[in-house]
Ligand binder design. Structure first.
Ligand code: ADP
Ligand code: FBP
Length: 311
């Protein structure tokens, strides 16, 4: 496995705050507070690094929260190539209510990016892609970045022969798919936005998965939280069932799954092994508070317990 590049246009500091129950309109006191570096591509890089992969995180970053983010990345030993902006990297709040076992995400929109800054980022990405075996483009877009950005950058990666794994939402995902990434990983909400109609059962998922393959992507993975995921290629379709995680902390599970998927594909594993591993990577992440990811050994152990729907 060679170098993997992740792209995070809108990174974040994830602030996970825990309390028994939120009482709106009253003074609430937190029982725990946790800070993690975040944003989808940053998390994929952290998860891949935990698995032992050679990874570099590319993206924007800025202000005091940006310095905090870099500090965390350095402590974790993550290589990065970030374009520094004046404005602060956003803070995304993850409100955990323990009594209801409910997590509410409150994500800031993020900083404003100029055309010039976007050009600088594209130049850096282009040079990092020269040495890459795979790239992961994921997450929301900051203000000022047009929603065809993944489309353009996937085409850039094609010119360098680098397969792209895309995990995005809304119009940036829709346009990105048109550039034919190697793989996509929507969850059910993201998939419903792409199809334009609600996804109401396995048959709807299968139809949507095949529509994604018809667009030319080699692999479509549809994640469904604790219910596992569907893994589609032209040759095979599998539905995985993870070992359920009690009192799960699902933030970052999707990013861990993407990391597991890239890890399996770039290791040359078959689709069953990759599907088990990616599913398990998500579950291990869901077992930790905040965003924390499993080691190779932990994920391999959890992968042995993943079942296929037809088992
Ligand atoms: N409560 C859970 N128990 C076990 N596995 C989970 C749980 N939540 C998530 N996962 C694993 O993580 C994967 C990705 O989670 P999901 O919530 O679908 O992603 P996203 O964060 O992108 O919405 C799931 O397909 C599953 O394998
Ligand atoms: O870029 P977006 O869509 O706002 O998402 C950013 C958030 O998603 C996360 O990367 C978690 O994503 P997943 O739960 O999908 O794995 C958080 O760390 C971050 O706060």
């Amino acid at each position: 496995m060679g170098k993997i590049v992740t792209l995070t246009l809108n990174p974040a500091i994830d602030k996970t705050v825990t309390l028994p129950r939120l009482e709106p309109g009253r003074v609430n006191r937190l029982s725990q507070v946790r800070i993690d570096p975040g944003g989808k591509g940053i998390n994929v890089a952290r998860a891949l690094h935990q698995l032992g992969a050679d990874v570099i995180a590319v993206g924007f970053n800025g202000g005091w929260t940006g310095r905090l983010l870099v500090d965390h990345l350095q402590r974790e030993g993550i290589h990065h190539c970030l374009v520094t902006l004046q404005a602060d990297t956003r803070i995304n709040w993850k409100l955990v209510e323990t009594e209801a076992n409910r997590v509410t995400d409150i994500n800031e929109p993020g900083f404003q990016v100029t055309e010039k800054e976007m050009e600088t980022l594209e130049q850096r990405l282009a040079s990092v892609l020269e040495e890459a075996d795979a790239a992961v483009f994921s997450g929301s877009l900051p203000d000022g970045v047009s929603d065809d950005v993944y489309y353009r950058l996937i085409r850039l990666a094609h010119r360098k022969d680098v397969p792209v794994f895309l995990d995005a939402d809304g119009m940036s995902f829709r346009k990105g798919v048109e550039a034919v990434p190697f793989a996509v990983k929507p969850n059910l909400d993201e998939l419903a936005k792409w199809t334009g109609s609600p996804i109401q059962g396995d048959q709807d998922v299968r139809e949507a998965g095949h529509r994604l393959l018809d667009k030319g992507v080699e692999a479509a993975v549809i994640s469904m939280g604790e219910s596992g995921a569907w893994f589609f290629t032209k040759e095979q379709e599998l539905r995985t069932i993870p070992v359920p995680v009690e009192n799960a902390h699902p933030v970052g599970a999707g990013d861990a799954m993407v990391a597991g998927l890239v890890y399996g594909v770039t290791s040359g594993w078959n689709w069953e092994k990759t599907a088990r591993f990616a599913t398990a990577a998500g579950s291990v992440a869901a077992s930790y508070s905040g965003t924390q990811f499993g080691s190779l050994q932990q994920v391999e152990e959890a992968a042995r317990k993943v079942r296929f729907f037809t088992d």
